[in-house]
Design a protein around this ligand. Structure first.
Ligand code: NOJ
Ligand code: CA
Length: 703
């Protein structure tokens, strides 16, 4: 019987059911991967860069809710390898063409005892790291199943330096701690919605070893599965996966055939190479949208910061605890400082039109804000009813006459059941009034109650929203979503997410320390673009509202705010300050007007997480380059060589630098602008103030 089964399987081209315990390997350039069964039959893997261990032998496996999962001994029934080397062009991005080159090793596993379930582990080894995922083939003994917990481990060879945020299931809006793995301690962290057990941290996790390796651990293509957090063993330096639970306590509800997201390990001995890695994007599926020419990278202003600095309000009336949907708004008395009023929105439209910015975000335009951050309330917003002082029709006509787009805002207050019921009508409303992009938001506790922002139910919601907006040819920018995993390759209309601690925190908390923006590219941005909302010129915020903004300020210089347009990659970038702030510094604002949001090439010139970053990018379809250089709280000199410029061409460099005596705390608005001719032979010395930066535009000079 058994023999005939093997013959049948071989005849069908399937792997033979033969026990194979010899280690299996795959390698590309200096990166090598070893798969082996442990002496007790459990699957393990290890990763090396040249001779250096990156991940020591670590367990693989999954625990299923029925107790018959893949966390015990398994046998290898076969394996395959293949080599893939191809290129593709993203719809928008940091570079024009991306090479996808990897060695794949698929290992077929089976439980030796009944029910004899089968599991595949697929590894892809790239020149800059490894991705692997679990695949559940179609099989009689595994149809519908529930993953209780994943048992993936990342055993690090030493007590690396780690850049981490606590493993909150509902928020990633934290400042980073930099400690040794042995010192990870999430207990005293400022609680936002902290539900983390001690020593649980989030990915992307950035690590640096004493022998000079930069290691980044994250995941790619998070689809129909919860986000992975990491439990840190502070003694053995082992990290183990912790999937965000659903309301029932189980992690993922699946049906075979299915697979998990990719677990990713990016490694290099050079920090800039980590930032240049395309491994996560390559592990995502190409888009299925039939056309993408309606997707437009863009810069925008918004009726937004004036609410964050307490100059205006989202709500129209100062009433709370009222039944919002169905209220007769004409009977409520306006509070007199509602930001999203028709005249004020026109002011922003005029500003965008005058300066060539594509769109205007308007928050607080729709009824519901009187009672929005109320965690028990399901029916808050309907997404189609404007306040009485926001004339949607008039603004549509006005914006169109100025060649400006309005950007929709859907704050769901995390009442996601309500949003899902109303999404179709909300998108129809957008189409009717000429909106082609929406910023969504998920502030507060999730409804359905018990679900988390980073659990499977919400992951599916974000992905459904990307799909649904895409089908309607709408672009989307999600705030408070799960952190990205490269899905913008599949959904190029998903321009950005926030999913980290944005610039806005400077307005209403202790803010972001000057090192924050030197860490984000190595952590949060590894998975995709961030709507960080750079470009605050009025650094000290007291002027907007002396009483409520006492001591509040952005923790950078003005020049560093400019540099962020280059160092923080996003195809949708806000000019976040108020028009009146820009009007006082139109010479510096010129950089924001000029800088591109879509690129043919990117060079990371200098980088060290937590310290500094200098990035150069070539604007899409032009010969122009833009450079951003930032530092943490230390003043630094950064010397850069412009050897990326086209040989034989002269460029005019406009350098927006920190002024004499500038520093983020004492003198943040001091800047100087100088111009000089440069070529690919030139070097520039950039003096960055404490918490400072420099931004450079490089435009070819017409001969
Ligand atoms: C938090 C978002 O990050 C911010 O951009 C928005 O203005 C508020 N929520 C209100 O939706
Ligand atoms: Ca936020």
């Amino acid at each position: 019987m058994k023999n005939s089964l093997i013959v049948v399987l071989l005849a069908a081209g399937l792997p033979a059911l033969a026990q194979n315990t010899a280690p299996l390997t795959a390698r590309l350039d200096k990166v090598s991967l070893t798969f082996a069964l442990s002496p007790d039959g459990r699957p393990t893997y290890a990763v090396q860069l040249g001779p250096k261990p990156v991940i020591n032998t670590s367990r693989l496996g999954l625990e299923l809710a029925d107790g018959k999962g893949f966390d015990g001994p398994l046998e290898v029934t076969g394996s395959e390898t293949k080599n893939v080397d191809e290129s593709w062009n993203p719809v928008w991005g940091e570079v024009k063409t991306i090479r996808n080159h990897y060695q794949q090793l698929t290992v077929h596993l089976r439980q030796p005892q009944a029910p004899g379930r089968r599991l595949d582990v697929v590894f892809r080894v790239f020149a800059d790291g490894v991705g692997f995922r679990y695949e559940f083939p179609q099989q009689p003994n595994l149809t519908y199943f529930v993953v209780q917990q994943e048992k993936t481990e990342f055993n690090l060879p030493a007590n690396h330096k780690a850049f981490w945020i606590p493993g909150d299931y509902d928020s990633n809006e934290y400042t980073y701690s930099t400690t040794r793995l042995s010192e990870v301690n999430t207990t005293p962290i400022e609680p936002i919605q902290l539900k983390a057990a001690a020593q649980r941290i989030q990915t992307p996790l950035m690590l640096k070893s004493d022998d000079g390796l930069y290691v980044n651990i994250h995941e790619a293509a998070l689809v129909n599965y919860p986000a992975m957090m990491l439990n840190v063993n502070t003694k053995s330096f082992s990290l183990s996966s912790q999937l965000v639970p659903s309301a029932t306590g189980a992690a993922a509800y699946l049906q075979a055939p299915e697979h998990t997201p990719w677990r990713t390990i990016i490694v290099s001995d050079k920090a800039p190479e980590v930032l240049g890695s395309k491994l996560i994007l390559n592990l995502n599926e190409p888009t299925k949208f039939p056309t993408t020419d309606w997707i437009k990278p863009q810069k925008f202003v918004g009726v937004w910061w004036e609410m964050h600095v307490n100059k205006a309000s989202w709500n129209y009336a100062d009433t709370s605890n009222i039944k919002l949907v169905g209220t007769d708004w004409s009977k409520l008395k306006a509070n007199g400082h509602h930001g999203a009023n028709t005249a004020n929105v026109k002011r922003y439209i005029d500003f965008a039109a005058k300066h060539g910015l594509q769109s205007v975000l308007v928050e607080g335009w729709n009824v519901g804000w009187e009672d929005w951050a109320n965690n028990w309330k399901e029916e808050v917003f309907d997404f189609v009813t404007p306040y009485p002082d926001f004339n949607v029709q008039e603004l549509q006509t006005y914006a169109a006459s100025k060649g400006v787009k309005l950007m929709m805002h859907h704050e769901t207050s995390s009442s996601v059941t309500n949003y899902e019921r109303r999404q179709d009508a909300a998108y129809r409303f957008m189409k009717q009034y000429g909106y082609d992009a929406v910023k969504t938001g998920y502030v507060g506790r999730i409804i359905p109650r018990g679900e988390h922002h980073d659990g499977q139910w919400m992951v599916n919601h974000y992905n459904r929203t990307a799909q649904k907006t895409g089908e309607n040819q709408l672009m989307v920018d999600m705030h408070e979503s799960v952190r990205p995993t490269g899905l913008h390759r599949t959904y190029p209309n998903w321009l950005a997410s926030e999913a980290a601690r944005g610039n806005e925190f400077n307005a209403w908390s202790t803010g972001n320390p000057p090192e924050h923006e030197t860490i984000l590219p190595f952590t949060r941005l590894m998975g995709g673009p961030m709507d960080y909302t750079p470009g605050i010129f009025q650094i000290k915020l007291e002027g907007w509202n002396p009483e409520r903004n006492q001591g509040k300020q952005v923790h950078t210089t003005l020049a560093k705010q400019l540099a962020l347009y280059v160092t923080m990659y996003s195809p949708v970038q806000m000019a976040a300050d108020l028009p009146e702030a820009y009007e006082q510094h139109l010479d510096a604002f010129q950089f924001i007007k000029d800088v591109a949001v879509d690129w043919d090439d990117t060079r990371i010139l200098l980088a060290e997480p937590g310290d500094y970053l200098t990035t150069a990018r070539k604007a899409k379809g032009t010969e122009e380059w833009y450079v951003g250089s930032i530092t943490d709280e230390k003043a630094r000199t950064q010397t850069i060589t412009l050897d990326f410029l086209t040989p034989g061409t002269t460029y005019e460099a406009t350098i927006y630098a920190d002024g004499k005596g500038a520093s983020w705390d004492k003198n943040p608005q001091a800047y100087q602008i100088r111009r000089q001719k440069v070529s690919n032979k030139s070097t520039l010395k950039l003096q960055l103030a404490a918490g400072g930066g420099a931004a450079i535009s490089l435009k070819p000079v017409n001969k």
